[in-house]
Design a binder for this molecule. Structure first.
Ligand SMILES: [Zn+2]
Length: 206
C-alpha cells in the first residue's frame, strides 16, 4: 500500500490518496482545484474506488462533487454527518467564504465497525464523534486517518454545532486503546504516530 498527502485549500486541509493493489481512494477533499487534480494524475489515478470523508465540515467536503465527476468513486461518510453533503448550514459552509456548496448525496453511510473491501485488505471504520456528531476515523494497514478528531499533540475543536468536549475526549480514549501503533494522518497539521500521541498529547494521556 502507498499513502500520499497534499495540503488542500485555504484551510490547509490534509487530503490523502491511498493506493492498494489496483484500487485508489481519497480521504477528504476541501476543494477540487487544479493542484489536487494534478496530484491525482501524477500518481496515476484514473478512477477512484472511494471518496472517504472523515466528517461533514466544508473544508473537508466542498470539492467532493467535482472530484467524483472527474474520477468517480463511492462517497463514504457516516450516517450522522451525511446530511452535511446536502446542506451548507450543517457543513457550516453557510458561514464561510470558502466557495459554493453544490449538494451531493452519499453513496455509503457507514457506522462503527464497518469494513470496506479495498485493494489487498479492508478499510475499517471507527466512530469517533465529538468534533462533529458523526466524525469517523478510517484504519487501513498501519495508517489511522484521524480527521479532526486527533491532531499532532492536540485535538479538534468541540465548540461548533454538533461538537461535544466529553464525547471527543471519549473518542480519543478509544483511539488510545487501539492495539499497537499506527501512523496518525490527521485532517490538519503534521503527521504523527499513535505511540507518540499516547505519550505526549495532553488530551490523550491518562
Ligand atoms: Zn472539521
Amino acid at each position: 500500500m502507498n499513502v500520499y498527502s497534499i495540503e488542500n485549500g485555504s484551510y490547509a486541509t490534509n487530503c490523502y490518496l491511498l493506493q492498494s493493489g489496483g484500487d485508489f481512494a481519497v480521504v477528504d477533499c476541501g476543494v477540487f482545484d487544479p493542484a489536487f487534480d494534478a496530484f491525482l494524475s501524477a500518481h496515476g489515478v484514473e478512477t477512484l474506488r472511494y471518496i472517504l470523508l472523515t466528517h461533514g465540515h466544508f473544508d473537508h467536503i466542498l470539492g467532493v462533487r467535482a472530484l467524483r465527476e472527474k474520477y468517480g468513486g463511492e462517497i463514504v461518510i457516516s450516517d450522522g454527518d451525511k446530511r452535511c453533503l446536502e446542506r451548507e448550514d450543517l457543513s457550516l459552509n453557510a458561514w464561510s467564504s470558502y466557495g459554493v456548496q453544490t449538494p451531493v448525496t452519499a453513496d455509503v453511510a457507514v457506522s462503527d465497525g464497518d469494513r470496506l473491501p479495498f485493494g489487498d485488505g479492508e478499510i475499517e471504520v471507527l466512530f469517533t464523534p465529538g468534533h462533529t456528531r458523526g466524525g469517523v476515523c478510517y484504519l487501513f494497514g498501519d495508517c489511522l486517518f484521524s480527521g479532526d478528531t486527533l491532531f499532532y499533540r492536540s485535538m479538534g475543536r468541540s465548540d461548533m454545532p454538533g461538537g461535544d468536549t466529553l464525547t471527543l475526549l471519549q473518542s480519543l480514549s478509544r483511539l488510545r486503546a487501539l492495539p499497537g501503533n499506527y501512523r496518525v494522518l490527521p485532517g490538519h497539521g503534521p503527521e504523527s504516530t499513535l505511540d507518540s500521541e499516547r505519550r505526549n498529547n495532553p488530551f490523550m494521556r491518562r
